[in-house]
Design a protein around this ligand. Structure first.
Ligand code: HEC
Ligand code: HEC
Ligand code: HEC
Length: 123
């Protein structure tokens, strides 16, 4: 095996190690009650439910807490619900989930084919 192959193999190993560390840390934090893995958000009319997954945004997309908290989300599900502006209309203007779900960084809140990804139980 030549030197380049060896280095690639080491880099891959390193990456796997740091990913499993990240996963362990996530599971410990969830188990200790610091934050939930997945959340169901219920809209103000009480009929529409959206799912949000810390697991997918953190472990798969590798986002940092500070990319969402406290600027986009205040980190308190019950207070977020009371805020009147947490609506699709505002998300289409780039607020809340729409900050990233704009068709550029992530699939768009305005795309009819994507409603189900956030609202799996309805629409
Ligand atoms: C990126 C995730 C996401 C996508 C994509 C998305 N929604 Fe939503 N939607 C939400 C969230 C979050 C709420 C607010 C939940 C709350 O108030 O707790 C919401 C709320 C709603 C509501 C409640 C009333 C309102 O206007 O806020 C309706 C109706 C709705 N969505 C329809 C849709 C339709 C139709 C689509 C597809 C065109 C869609 N949503 C796509 C996340 C999404
Ligand atoms: C992609 C955006 C995003 C990232 C990244 C993110 N969160 Fe969240 N978080 C949310 C959303 C959305 C909610 C639900 C709305 C709210 O409570 O603000 C939430 C809720 C919370 C809550 C409140 C849970 C409850 O039941 O009220 C805590 C605590 C929290 N997050 C901690 C963290 C920590 C710690 C990190 C980093 C390890 C993190 N979050 C990363 C979006 C994110
Ligand atoms: C800081 C940026 C950011 C914010 C804010 C954000 N997301 Fe995401 N989200 C992403 C990225 C990046 C992806 C992966 C790219 C893609 O799937 O288009 C993703 C993927 C998703 C997925 C697909 C998960 C799967 O099963 O593949 C869902 C559902 C989702 N987000 C819901 C939400 C909801 C609901 C909110 C608001 C409560 C939200 N996101 C806020 C960045 C964000």
């Amino acid at each position: 095996m030549d030197k380049a192959d060896e280095m690639m193999r080491m880099a891959q190993k390193q990456r796997e190690r740091s990913m499993s560390k990240e996963k362990d840390a996530f599971q410990k934090m969830v188990a200790a009650g610091y934050y939930p893995s997945d959340i169901t958000l219920t809209a103000q009319n009480g009929r529409v439910h959206a799912v949000f997954s810390h697991r997918k945004h953190l472990l798969r997309e590798h986002l940092k807490c500070t990319e969402c908290h406290p600027r986009i989300f205040i980190m308190n599900t019950s207070r977020e619900k009371k805020k009147k502006g947490f609506t699709m209309a505002n998300m289409r203007k780039g607020l809340y989930c729409g900050h990233c779900h704009n068709g550029k960084r992530a699939f768009s809140v305005a795309d009819l084919a994507m409603c189900k990804r956030c609202h799996p139980k309805q629409l």
